[in-house]
Ligand binder design. Structure first.
Ligand SMILES: [Zn+2]
Length: 458
């Protein structure tokens, strides 16, 4: 079977299109990354996982060396400034600390590192350069220390979100800011007070608006136009619409990216996630605490659970979904325990992913492989290779690894106690310890050389 063509749903055209990169030797993708002021929640995990799968698929189709994936880090923003001020630390200290946790989270979710993870504060010069171009071409104006994008100056503004300017004006809250010419005009640069982070610019000491960051970082790392731009569906308007406005007007181009991909919303147990509802779930909590469903969840379970729904559909994040995912993955772990990884990944899985990243179908195909793997060793190897391709590390399902470290230490201590009892021929005590561990689901194996090892009963 030959590899099928990749088709992706393009928000720009609202149709599924065949993917044709500008340069197959340099396929370029940009995804809006996190604002690092607090732990990332499980809704943030969705684009991380979805676009990681796409990155893996593009590498499979075009070669590892021919795909560039840029995911930015927003490290200056009013929320960041406020939080750093509260804690009496610099924004760099706060964002370094938060970014460190974020990087651990995404790694635990099985995501490859993007090619570049640019930081906004390291691209101020490019932002200033774009703003200067916009001013000189009549698409932006400076007023009262601010620089604003002049929305009516761009005839096809609203193309991505399919909103007309009149509609947007009708929906806009009346903004009384005196420096604005039009209600829809948005901020490219704003002045900073003495105690706020700021950079010198032709318009005084200030800081960038949020949208300009992505135009600057995608330009710096991928060029004026590139292939794929991704993010959550909530970013279509105004964030992505404004990125397009800035980049197209600054560079005199019709498009910023040829394909725009957006993942759907995530709910938790049927409700919108919010801090006030108390159902705000962070990736860190799922991995390291027992707050959700009374247990810690391995990253591979979170990843698998996310992939069971097609990326454009809304997803309901439930404990039940995690339990089912854990069960499926444990089956796969059992089937592949003694398997040798054999390349390449399963054809049906690749085919499903080539159809607008249909991970739901890919998981169904994986399920079929599990059935086959119980019969044939070759299939076990293919199952292992396919899981690895999808970023599903089955080793995390090793029952021993899922037991808390403290419990493991306790088990080892009791095994030593038992060995001591046996050495003094206290068989009753030896049996008692064996039974005590068996009650915990731990099976002991005594070896000829006198050593004792343990396993978890399934
Ligand atoms: Zn962005």
């Amino acid at each position: 079977m030959s590899t099928p063509a990749l088709k992706i749903y393009n928000t720009l055209t609202r149709t599924k299109e065949e993917f044709r990169p500008i340069d197959p030797a340099h396929v370029r993708m940009y995804v809006c990354g996190p604002t690092v002021y607090d732990y990332a929640h499980i809704g943030n995990a969705r684009p991380l996982i979805v676009f990681d799968v796409l990155f893996r698929l593009l590498r499979h189709l075009y070669g590892d060396e021919h795909v560039a994936y840029v995911r930015n880090i927003t490290d200056v923003d009013d929320k960041i400034n406020a939080r750093a001020f509260e804690r009496g630390i610099s924004i760099r200290e706060l964002t370094d600390e938060t970014n460190k946790v974020f990087q651990q989270d995404v790694k635990a979710l099985g995501c490859l590192e993007p090619t570049v993870q640019p930081r906004a504060t390291e691209h101020i010069a490019q932002m200033v350069a774009i703003i200067e171009r916009l001013i000189s071409s009549g698409h932006a104006y400076a007023a009262d220390g601010h620089v604003l994008f002049d929305v009516p100056s761009m005839p096809n503004y609203g193309r991505l979100s399919r909103r007309s300017l009149d509609e947007m004006m009708a929906g806009a809250r009346v903004d009384v800011a005196p420096y604005k010419r039009g209600d829809m005009d948005f901020v490219l640069w704003k002045p900073s007070k003495e105690n706020e982070p700021g950079w010198d610019s032709p318009w005084g000491r200030g800081r960038p608006g949020w949208h300009i960051e992505c135009s600057a970082m995608s330009w710096a790392h991928l060029g004026e136009t590139f292939d794929i731009h991704g993010g959550g569906i909530d970013l279509v308007f105004p964030h992505h619409e404004n990125e397009i406005a800035q980049s197209c007007c600054a560079f005199g181009r019709d498009v910023m990216a040829n394909y725009w991909m957006h993942n759907g919303f995530l709910q938790v147990e049927g409700e919108k996630m919010s801090k006030s509802l108390g159902n705000f779930v962070t990736i860190h909590e799922l991995l390291h605490t027992e707050k959700f469903g009374g247990r810690k969840w391995p990253g591979v379970v979170l990843r698998y659970a996310m992939l069971t729904t097609h990326y454009r559909q809304p997803i309901d994040w439930t404990v039940e979904r995690l339990k089912v995912s854990l069960k499926h993955l444990s089956d796969m772990y059992d089937r592949t325990r003694n398997a040798e990884m054999s390349a390449p990944p399963n054809e049906r899985v690749i085919r499903a992913l080539c159809d607008d990243l249909n991970t739901h179908e890919a998981i169904v195909a994986l399920g079929k492989l599990v059935g086959d793997a119980s019969r044939e060793a070759k299939q076990s190897g293919e199952l292992l290779a396919t899981c690895s391709f999808l970023g599903l590390d089955l080793e995390e399902l090793d029952p021993k690894k899922m037991i808390a470290r403290e419990t493991q230490i306790h088990i080892k201590r009791r095994i030593d106690d038992r060995l001591a009892a046996r050495a003094s021929k206290n068989w009753a005590e030896s049996d008692r310890i064996r039974d005590e561990l068996a009650a915990m689901g731990v099976i002991l194996k005594d070896h000829k050389d006198g050593a004792t090892t343990w396993e978890v009963k399934r």
